[in-house]
Design a protein around this ligand. Structure first.
Ligand SMILES: Nc1ncnc2c1ncn2[C@@H]1O[C@H](COP(=O)(O)OP(=O)(O)OP(=O)(O)O)[C@@H](O)[C@H]1O
Length: 843
């Protein structure tokens, strides 16, 4: 009996796929090893990166060499697990969508992570010759990424028109494509899965262009009700929206798909619309066939308005061109005579594009259409072989969706936490900072105490509770906190200071650490304080007499292990900020946190800042030092970090618009679909302390992206910022650091820190996300920033609530089917140089 691996080998070897692939499990990998090959290509586990073939809304698709037994090409889709910005955008969109009785469920299903989980859960279940196969899921929690390893379809997505909107496929090619899709869809529907985004861009050719497979299950829907109906095992009242069995179908009420391909019943805000069923895919297939045959979409809005388009779809009939296909076969018009050769195709289109769901042709009937059976020698046998009833049904349970990306669970406990942290720390020394968090200074015994598991949980709980407190006008925000903090320092200023005036470095105050060796801060980190009182480290803690004082114990305990940051004003700050106590005119501290740090943290800070300096160039830094004006931008940087990949994401805000459509204005679609009018641009402001401030001060630095980027930080802060080119590549993944790595995740980074040059960073595509986060040096920075970020978690959330969101035109997904660069020499040897190469110019 053939094993799963055998069948997989056969499928991947390019042999004709059987109608139904044998069942086999998708590997769920929790272990991630990152290294570089001899020729410095990144490699994750056994997958060696080759070239990028596409970019979608949530991630990128790369061709990789599977260096394990097969050494074949696979496609790996790298997606970011969480993207707060995407969540926010979804929320806003949902607010503007018509509500349904099942809105809560709809909301639940709307999160990005839920979407990815669902896609994986569905793909894990699908085993069919015309469905792209998912082979493995690598869950990289440390970097907040998921790698979906899929079979590689070397022919790329179906191209169907040229620049003159003329068809480029012959009629019989269209027929074969359509037949393949019918088989794939029939399988999906039988399993209770509605694809909901059938269009040419989601149909991929095999390398030999003999077969087409369906991909992209991002908006697909699994419905138990639909499955019962498909199997004829249950009586499902599809026209009764109150039928309890349809409850799990509530997310169908959301519009999903690509507007020109949407069926009338799938359009939003249509009163008394028919229930959404699998027939929605049949309609989309009809639109797809029309596109392939004529090189343009059947329903178009003259003014490019999305709602006009919906109106046209619902009320207008489609019209064929005089000729179809690149071989220009006559259609015979909308209703040709039965004897006309074009009649069979036109009547099929007519049945696909029936506005009334009940009159629309079923896939089973379509499959039997003479047009499809014409070139099949033994059609009866073919029909029997391809019948989905011959195979077992799959089931995608809610639990499977929930655990689609994670198979292991972790119980928190300090011992285990420590062990896991140590595991992760082997190559990332700064993770030790996290270990330090497991300790607490015991003032009575004057020694460090290891926190117990419950104490750590209690701490975490408190943080969560603080974050969960609903915010209103009376809720303190970050500015107010800073003010309070300064007031506290001012109040305690009368107690004097332990500053040594004879040295450029500053001795930290006694108090809790009275027995500690005083910690010195390098002068370069207090350069900005010169405008206040020379080498002073905590100007705000100084009283009127100029003396400084240690913080009270309670304040110190709150700030334990926090990291130093440089606070300064943005030159673009608004009038409301000018009154901030951190304004330079008020003599506020730019080092309000410094004196609170224990020695090791400051050392680490200094080391990290040194790295930042090295990275940006000392000249740049000193310039920023002289030009700084005072307000803290840590929160700005932190919040920017929480947005994940702003520029990429802002540009790819929705998958609803296809790059294949014409005549549709992106903005109109977006607004028409309940989007939000463009307001602000969100910057990919570099995360970090000195780095962030530097970026803000250097607005004249060249942009990687064509347009200047503005960052809105809520009502009170407005910072304009241009990002140095290298920053946009570097910092995008710094932002993922704010998500705590899962200790259960064993990640081994074998990369040498010095292995990646600055040039390499710069040469990386700014949109690239694949493997990049796993560079050792980046992790050092991440840990540093993640640690600093914890103090301001709640403040960040507060800012998030008031921050405006930017919507930009969406860049259509990019798909490149380029020839693979040759694999590294050993691979060539193993493959005898016989590498499959994809071609893209056929159509
Ligand atoms: N298995 C694969 N083999 C070959 N190319 C692929 C494969 N999967 C995806 N691609 C290519 O990568 C491109 C991007 O795919 P992806 O699914 O991420 O984007 P998408 O279809 O726009 O989905 P979304 O934006 O909704 O996430 C596709 O258009 C396709 O051309």
């Amino acid at each position: 009996m053939a094993t799963n691996q055998d069948s997989l080998d056969t499928a991947l070897a390019g042999e004709p796929a059987q109608p139904f692939d044998p069942p086999g499990s998708v590997r769920m990998t929790q272990e991630l090893h990152f290294r570089y090959s001899d020729d410095r290509r990144p490699r994750v586990n056994q997958y060696l990166r080759s070239h990028r073939v596409g970019k979608g809304q949530h991630g990128e698709v790369w061709v990789c060499w599977d260096l394990s037994s097969n050494r074949r090409e696979v496609a790996i889709k790298a997606v970011k697990r969480n993207n707060p910005r995407a969540e926010k955008m979804n929320l806003l969109r949902r607010r503007n969508l018509p509500t349904s009785p099942h809105t809560p469920l709809t909301d639940k299903l709307g999160s990005l992570e839920q979407k990815i989980r669902k896609e994986i859960a569905i793909m894990k279940k699908c085993r069919h010759g015309h469905i792209v196969r998912l082979l493995e899921v690598i869950d990289d929690k440390l970097n907040d990424r998921i790698y979906m390893v899929m079979e590689y379809l070397g022919g790329g997505e179906i191209k169907w028109r040229n620049e003159h909107n003329q068809p480029i496929l012959q009629v019989d090619q269209c027929q074969r494509i359509c037949r393949d899709v019918i088989l794939g869809l029939e399988y999906l529907h039988y399993q209770g899965i509605i694809h909901r985004d059938i269009k040419p861009a989601n149909l991929l050719w095999t390398a030999d262009r003999q077969m087409v497979k369906i991909t992209d299950f991002g908006v697909s829907h699994f419905s138990y009700a639909q499955r019962l109906a498909a199997a004829g095992r249950g009586q499902v009242a599809l026209d009764d929206p109150n039928d309890p069995i349809l409850l799990d179908d509530s997310d169908l009420s959301k519009r999903a798909g690509t507007p020109p391909f949407l069926a009338p019943e799938g359009l939003p805000a249509i009163p008394h619309r028919q229930p959404i069923t699998k027939a929605i895919d049949v309609w989309a297939l009809g639109v797809t066939l029309y596109c392939l045959l004529f090189g343009h979409i059947p329903f178009r809005a003259p003014d490019s308005s999305e709602y006009v388009l919906y109106h046209v779809i619902c009320n207008s009939d489609w019209e064929p061109d005089e000729y179809m296909g690149s071989d220009r076969k006559s259609t015979g018009g909308r209703r040709p005579h039965k004897s006309h050769p074009g009649c069979i195709v036109m009547s099929l289109l007519d049945k696909f594009l029936q506005k009334d769901v009940r009159k629309r042709i079923t896939l089973d009937d379509a499959k039997r259409y003479a047009w499809f059976l014409g070139d099949i020698p033994n059609s009866d046998e073919w029909l029997s072989q391809t019948s989905p009833s011959k195979i077992d049904m799959v089931m995608v349970t809610e639990n499977e969706t929930r655990t689609a990306m994670t198979t292991a669970r972790f119980t928190w406990g300090w011992q285990k936490r420590l062990t896991n942290l140590l595991e992760m720390t082997t190559t990332t020394p700064l993770v030790f900072i996290r270990i330090l968090e497991s300790f607490q200074w015991d003032a009575t015994k004057a020694r460090l105490r290891v926190l117990t598991g419950p104490e750590i949980s209690e701490k975490a709980k408190k943080r969560t509770v603080r974050s969960a407190i609903p915010r209103d006008d009376s809720t303190p925000n970050i500015d107010r906190r800073r003010e309070k903090s300064i007031e506290r320092w001012a109040r305690s200023a009368a107690n004097g200071s332990s500053r040594d005036p004879n040295t450029n470095s500053t001795r930290l105050a006694a108090g809790r650490r009275s027995s500690d060796t005083p910690v010195e801060i390098h002068p370069q980190y207090i350069a900005n304080s010169s405008r206040s009182t020379g080498s002073q480290t905590r100007p705000s803690s100084r009283g009127k007499d100029g003396s400084s004082t240690p913080l009270p114990d309670d304040a110190r305990s709150r700030h334990r292990f926090s990291l130093t940051s440089v606070w300064r004003h943005s030159s673009q700050k608004t009038a409301s900020q000018a009154s901030s106590p951190l304004d330079s005119s008020s003599g506020a501290s730019i080092f309000q946190e410094d004196a609170l740090k224990p020695g090791p943290s400051i050392d680490i800070m200094a080391r990290r800042s040194d790295e930042v300096l090295r990275h940006h160039g000392k000249e740049e830094y000193s310039r920023s030092v002289h030009h700084n004006h005072g307000v803290g931008v840590l929160t700005a940087a932190r919040r920017a970090s929480s947005w994940g990949e702003p520029m990429n994401y802002v540009e790819d805000v929705t998958s609803l618009n296809s790059g294949e459509q014409d005549g549709i204005d992106d903005d109109a679609m977006f607004l028409g679909a309940g989007g939000v009018e463009p307001t602000t641009l969100v910057s990919n402001l570099p995360l970090g302390l000195n780095q962030a401030t530097e970026a803000i001060n250097h607005t004249s630095t060249g942009l990687r992206h064509p347009q200047p980027e503005r960052l809105h930080l809520g009502p009170s802060v407005h910072i304009c910022c241009d990002i140095p080119p290298h920053d946009s590549a570097l910092n995008r993944h710094h932002r993922s650091a704010t998500t705590s790595p899962s200790p259960l995740h064993h990640v081994a980074y074998e990369s040498d820190l010095n292995q990646t040059s600055e040039e390499e960073y710069e040469s990386l595509d700014s949109d690239s996300s694949f493997f990049r986060d796993t560079r050792g040096r980046e992790h050092e920075r991440e840990v540093f920033r993640a640690n600093a970020s914890q103090m301001y978690k709640e403040d960040e959330e507060s800012d998030e609530e008031t921050s405006p969101i930017e919507f930009k035109r969406r860049r259509p997904s990019v798909s490149v089917t380029a020839a693979s660069p040759p694999p590294p020499t050993p691979l060539l040897d193993l493959e005898n140089g016989n590498i499959r190469v994809a071609h893209c110019n056929g159509y």
